[in-house]
Design a protein around this ligand. Structure first.
Ligand code: ATP
Length: 258
């Protein structure tokens, strides 16, 4: 459902992402992890058509994001890390507006769906308040509802848990798992390694725009076990630090040798 082939992104002389290729299949929840500045958001922005690749291609639901932008964009919902919401609309108005933009909601009982989602996130009593009065977590919940309301087949999510209280974070985690279990596709970036470990079918660890490891948790364990002295049954946190620290060590050796 998501195919990234040889994606490359350069900002001036700085290369933010080097030659990234990955595929996310239907029914799969894929986690993109990495330290600050690793290139996660740059990759996500390429997938949703907000940052033009310097090289390579990105397809969603079989459509090239730059050659067939409307078909590609109709196939996914996007939860950005820094959402822009219209502050002068109420929560309900904003959700009605979003639903009206999605052609395939025609004929559906959108009002019922909006109420169901507001209740799910305990926002039903705030639905007629202006969005500008919402707390950080309430805005995040509204952003998640706006992405899910058109029921897209692909969900692209950049750091979804920031600002959510523990109950909402649990609800969102289960929501994503359920989404993938119903045959849909989720691409998720997060700094929460326990979250990625709990929900992701496969994971890519990026650092400085390069993939350090990609696979299931067991495959990553195997990679670090054989190559980096890891042990069986290790947590994702241990694997993550092993990969990143090994990469830093390698860079130090190279710069020392130069
Ligand atoms: P974080 O975890 O901090 O959100 P990230 O993995 O999402 O990090 P990106 O935002 O993708 O990282 O940034 C990757 C690199 O690209 C960084 O070095 C960043 O400074 C650079 N970068 C991102 N956007 C731009 C831009 N618009 N102009 C110049 N450089 C940029």
């Amino acid at each position: 459902m998501i195919e990234i082939q040889g994606y490359h992104k350069r900002y001036g002389r700085h290369v933010a992402v080097h030659d990234l290729s990955l595929t996310v299949r239907p029914g799969e929840l894929f986690g993109l992890l990495g330290p600050n500045g690793a290139g996660k958001t740059t990759t996500i922005r390429a997938v949703v058509g907000l940052t033009r690749p310097s090289g390579g291609s990105v397809r969603v639901a079989g459509h090239d994001v730059w050659r067939e932008p409307l078909l590609a964009k109709a196939a996914f919902g996007y939860i950005p890390d820094r959402p822009y919401l219209y502050g002068k609309l109420t929560g309900r108005e904003l959700l009605r507006f979003v639903a009206s933009l999605a052609a395939h909601t025609t004929g559906r009982d959108v009002e019922r769906d909006i109420e169901r989602w507001l209740e799910f996130f305990s926002l039903e009593h705030f639905g007629n308040e202006l969005v500008e009065t919402y707390s950080h977590g309430m805005r995040q919940k509204l952003t998640i509802i706006a992405a899910l309301l058109p029921e897209p087949g692909v969900l692209i999510v950049d750091e979804p848990m920031v600002g959510l209280d523990p109950r909402a974070a649990k609800q969102v985690r289960e929501l994503f798992q359920d989404y993938a279990a119903r045959g849909r596709t989720v691409l998720l970036t997060t700094h929460s390694l326990p979250l990625a470990e709990a929900v992701a079918d496969r994971i890519a660890v990026l650092d400085r725009g390069r993939v350090l490891g990609l696979g299931t948790l067991d495959e990553l364990r195997e990679l670090t076990r054989t190559g980096h002295g890891g042990v069986e049954g290790e947590s994702l946190e241990r694997i993550f630090f092993r990969l990143v620290e090994e990469e830093e060590e390698q860079r130090r050796r190279e710069s020392g040798a130069a």
